[in-house]
Design a protein around this ligand. Structure first.
Ligand code: BGC
Length: 405
C-alpha cells in the first residue's frame, strides 16, 4: 500500500456520483451457451488448427465458462468486495431468443431478477445488448453480412427494453471495430473470412443496427441512456509523416463509427487497451517495457489523450473496459492506479468522464485464446467455481472507497 499512499492525491476526489465498478460479457462468463462461437469452437477445422499448434482444444471451448449463470450471487459478492456502484455485463442473445422470434421468458426473468438484485445492492446495471455472439438461426442467415440482421436486432432490442424496465444504461454493440477487424480482415474470429468487402458491409450493418436499436430503446423508455462501446487506441506520433498518418488512422479507427452514430448517442462507452507508436508513418506496438500476459504493452497514460480525442463529441464518457491479463497480479495494481491518475487528469482538464469499469471482474473465456489468459480482479476455480480476490482487487477497492462521496 506504500505506492498507494504516495499516489493518493492523484487518484482521489473524483467528481460526485462518478461510477466505479467492473465489466464482463455473457459468453465469456455465463456458460452453457449454444451460439455461433460455441459451434465454431467445436468445428473440425478449429480443432485441427489448435492441435497443430500443440494446444488442448478443450481449453478453447467456452463450455461452462465461469459458470456465472448459476453463480450470479457469487458475482454480486465480488462486486461488493470492490465496493462497486456499477456493473457492466451483457445479455446473451442466443439464450433469450434461441429460435427466431421465440423468446425464452424464463431466461429473461432470470436476467431481470439479477438486475433487481444489483439495484438492491446499490449497483447500477450497464447492459450491453450484443457482445460479439449471435444465435445460430442468425448465423445460418449469414449473421451481420445479411442486412436482415438489423431488423432481427431491432426485434431483440424491443423485447429486452420492454422486459427489463429497471435498466437505464444500455449499450447497443460492443466494439464493432474490433469485431469486423478480427472476423473479416485478420480472420481469427468466426467466420474467419478475410474479405475487405464483407468487412465494409458488416460495418455498415452494425452502424444501422446501432441507429435502429437506439431509436427503439428510446421509444420504449424515455429515461434510457443509450451508448455504443468503442475500442480506441492512442496513436502516438512523433515525426511529421507519422503525425499526418495518425490523423487518418485516428479518424478511421477511433472515430468513423462514432461519426456515423453521433446523432443517436447519449454517451460513449470507451474501452482502452492499446498504445501504438507511429514511425515513418506506420503504426507499430509501443515499446514500454512492461507487458501483460497477452504480450500487450502496458501504457496506462494513453487513456488521457484517447479521452481527450473523444471530448469533441460533447457526450458523457464512461470507461466501459480497461484492464490486463495478469495471472500473477504483478502489474494490475500499478496499472489501475496509473490509469485512474490519467483519467483524473483528463477530467481536471475538462473531459466529462463519469465512470470506470475495470475489465474484468472475473477470470473468463478470452475468445480465441480460450481460458489461457486471466483478466480477473478475481480468479475462478473451474472445478468448484470459487471466486478468489487477487491482491490488486483490494487496492482497487481502497481507491473506490476513498472516492465514495
Ligand atoms: C473485449 C473483451 C475482451 C477484452 C480483452 C475487449 O476488446 O470487449 O471481450 O475480453 O478486450 O481482450
Amino acid at each position: 500500500m506504500l505506492y498507494y499512499e504516495y499516489m493518493k492525491n492523484n487518484i482521489e476526489n473524483f467528481p460526485k456520483g462518478f461510477l466505479w465498478g467492473a465489466a464482463t460479457s455473457a459468453y465469456q462468463i455465463e456458460g452453457g451457451l449454444t451460439n455461433d462461437w460455441s459451434e465454431w469452437e467445436k468445428s473440425p477445422s478449429r480443432i485441427a488448427e489448435l492441435e497443430a499448434l500443440g494446444h488442448d482444444p478443450r481449453e478453447y471451448q467456452s463450455g461452462l465458462a465461469s459458470n456465472s449463470w448459476d453463480h450470479f450471487e457469487a458475482d454480486i459478492s465480488c462486486l461488493k468486495q470492490i465496493k462497486a456502484s456499477v456493473y457492466r455485463f451483457s445479455i446473451e442473445w442466443s439464450r433469450v431468443e434461441p429460435e427466431e422470434g421465440k423468446f425464452d421468458e424464463e431466461a429473461i426473468v432470470k436476467y431481470r431478477h439479477f438486475i433487481q438484485r444489483l439495484k438492491e445492492e446499490g449497483i447500477e446495471p450497464f447492459v450491453t445488448l450484443w457482445h460479439w455472439t449471435s444465435p445460430l438461426w442468425l448465423r445460418d442467415k449469414g449473421n451481420w453480412e445479411n442486412k436482415q440482421a438489423v431488423e432481427c436486432f431491432r426485434r431483440y432490442t424491443a423485447k429486452m427494453v420492454q422486459s427489463l424496465p429497471e435498466v437505464t444504461f444500455w449499450m447497443t454493440l460492443n466494439e464493432p471495430n474490433i469485431f469486423v477487424g478480427k472476423s473479416y480482415i485478420e480472420g481469427t474470429f468466426p467466420p474467419q473470412k478475410k474479405n475487405p468487402l464483407l468487412y465494409l458491409r458488416v460495418y455498415r450493418h452494425l452502424i444501422k443496427a446501432h441507429q435502429v436499436s437506439y431509436q427503439t430503446i428510446k421509444s420504449y423508455n424515455k429515461n434510457a441512456q443509450v451508448g455504443v462501446v468503442t475500442d480506441n487506441i492512442f496513436f502516438d506520433a512523433k515525426d511529421i509523416l507519422s503525425k499526418f498518418s495518425a490523423m487518418v488512422i485516428r479518424w478511421w479507427w477511433n472515430r468513423s463509427f462514432l461519426n456515423k452514430v453521433k446523432n443517436n448517442l447519449d454517451f460513449i462507452g470507451l474501452n482502452f487497451y492499446f498504445h501504438h507508436l507511429l514511425k515513418n508513418g506506420f503504426p507499430r506496438p509501443g515499446d514500454n517495457e512492461r507487458v501483460s500476459d497477452m504480450g500487450w504493452e502496458l501504457y496506462p497514460w494513453g487513456i488521457k489523450p484517447v479521452i481527450q480525442e473523444l471530448s469533441r463529441y460533447q457526450k458523457p464518457i464512461y470507461i466501459t473496459e480497461n484492464g490486463l491479463a495478469d495471472e500473477h497480479d504483478i502489474n494490475r495494481a500499478w496499472y489501475i492506479t496509473e490509469v485512474i491518475k490519467s483519467i483524473k487528469e483528463a477530467i481536471a482538464e475538462g473531459a466529462d468522464v463519469r465512470g470506470y469499469m475495470h475489465w474484468s471482474l472475473l477470470d473468463n473465456f478470452e475468445w480465441a485464446l480460450g481460458f489461457t489468459k486471466k483478466f480477473g480482479l478475481f480468479s475462478v476455480d473451474r472445478n468448484t467455481w470459487q471466486r478468489t480476490a487477487r491482491p490488486s482487487a483490494a487496492v482497487y477497492a481502497e481507491i473506490v472507497k476513498n472516492n465514495i462521496n
